[in-house]
Design a protein around this ligand. Structure first.
Ligand code: NIG
Ligand code: FE
Length: 432
């Protein structure tokens, strides 16, 4: 197991183990192939050479920056791992070879925050918002109703569709959450479906108090920490709470995350998205892997993050789609906080699956340099998931790579909205 990682998601208790779990995911992703057919991962070695700029995220390599940028570089993939990285003139012999033709290669994006198990969309709400109506947590109820009404097949087809979309844009690892079911049966089925496609599954029964419990929020918290947690924990690695006015307050959030910890789930938290509040400090108090959103922060919140190992995950798609104030990434970075970037892909506040779009927004509107944004979308996401096997391209890491149709990673921000992803390898297999 990766050092520092909480135990992986446990298999479901009663139902038969799903032997196709990882294969289902791979198949979904392989179907996204648009260029060359998927090759099966084996111990055969492949050299990718003639790389103008290689982002390794190993500061001991190349230009010695956090990106560990190597020019005129090559990478060797062996099976599902990176076997070698360095200057192309020193590359070892391999079984096969791919010419990157002077383009850039970086680690696959790690999208550490999404909400992909849902049905329907919220086009009308978005339209109204763009005519001046403010965003509120209440819109979540629309998606809860549509999700409860959907079949398992519909939900999984939707999930797979957005996964393929993300893969085509270079995302090789994603986290996703429940939170649009809000009954024992609907939350546990969301997590069961998600676990067929990723190990990074988060129980978010505490997204909002559903309409059926509107008069009894304490009863809903008891359900989330009791019967619903028991039904959901077997499928999840993480537990999350939307800590915000109109959702759950600090005491409720502490009770929910603490109950999850007692069941072996590790906390992450939707914190300080719409207003200042206790979320970020609670995340630090509970050693959450990540405090997500971090839009409205006090100096005390920033100090707490800077003195912790909790990552601040910024989600620029949400501010873009709700016309809200941007999180101040510069303030966090200058204070020494580790920052991740993710999509928050969901039908309400941020309906984008594009990590390149988030990188461009973070550079243009949140004070990040292109280097910082690319680091945060790869290594930062890995850290927000407490993973050391992804988000870097060094020997032993998972062979998850993105090839850009551009000579430098800087083009992700320099050429916003342009589909620059020309190739994706996931676990050593070329899938795009
Ligand atoms: O991260 N903030 C809470 N949850 C989502 C929004 C969900 C929705 O609007 O459907 C978010 O922005
Ligand atoms: Fe979210």
């Amino acid at each position: 197991m990766t050092p520092g990682r909480p135990p992986p998601a446990r298999p479901p208790p009663a139902p038969e183990p799903d032997p196709t779990a990882d294969q289902a995911s791979k198949d979904a992703m392989s179907n996204a192939t648009t260029v060359s057919p998927a090759h099966s991962a084996s111990t055969a070695s492949t050299l990718i050479t003639n790389i103008a700029a290689l982002v390794t995220n190993d500061p001991s390599l190349g230009d010695r920056s956090p990106l560990g940028l190597i020019q005129d570089a090559a990478v060797v993939i062996e099976g599902d791992r990176i076997a070698w990285t360095g200057h192309q003139s020193k590359a070892p012999a391999t079984d096969s070879r791919v010419d990157a033709d002077g383009r850039a290669v970086l680690p696959g994006f790690v999208d550490s925050h999404s909400h992909l198990v849902f049905a329907g969309d919220r086009t009308q709400e978005f339209n109204a918002r763009m005519s001046g109506r403010p965003y509120s947590a209440g819109g979540i109820r629309t998606t809860v109703a549509a999700t409860r009404a959907a079949t398992d097949e519909e939900l999984e087809a939707n999930l797979t569709r957005y996964l393929r979309e993300a893969l085509r844009q270079g995302t090789t690892t994603f986290e996703t959450k429940s939170g649009y079911g809000l009954t024992v049966a609907d939350e546990s089925r969301a997590l069961r479906l998600a676990a067929r496609h990723t190990d990074e599954v988060t129980y978010l029964g505490a997204h909002i108090v559903p309409p059926d419990h509107a008069d009894d929020p304490a009863g809903y918290v008891a359900l989330v920490t009791g019967e619903m947690l028991d039904a959901c924990a077997p499928y999840a690695r993480w537990i999350d709470v939307f800590c915000e006015k109109g959702a759950f307050d600090g005491d409720q959030a502490r009770a929910i995350l603490t109950a999850g910890k007692a069941k072996g789930l590790h906390p992450r938290i939707h914190a300080n998205q719409l207003s200042q509040g206790p979320g970020v400090r609670l995340a630090v108090e509970l050693d959450a892997a990540s405090a997500d959103h971090c839009t409205h922060l006090t100096d005390a919140d920033i100090d707490a993050l800077a003195n912790s190992r909790t990552v601040a995950t910024l989600l620029p798609g949400a501010e873009f789609s709700t016309r809200a104030q941007w999180p101040d990434a510069r303030r966090l970075l200058d204070a020494g906080v580790t920052v991740a970037l993710s999509t928050d892909c969901n039908p309400g506040s941020s309906f984008t699956s594009s990590m390149p779009f988030c990188v461009a927004l973070a550079v243009r509107d949140m004070g990040m340099t292109p280097d910082e944004a690319v680091w945060s979308a790869t290594a930062g996401g890995a850290q927000a998931l407490r993973r050391t096997d992804i988000g870097r391209l060094t020997p032993g890491a998972r062979a998850d790579l993105t090839l850009l149709d551009a000579p430098s990673h800087v083009h992700l921000a320099y050429r916003p909205g342009v589909p620059l992803v020309a190739g994706v390898w996931r676990r050593g297999v070329r899938v795009v």
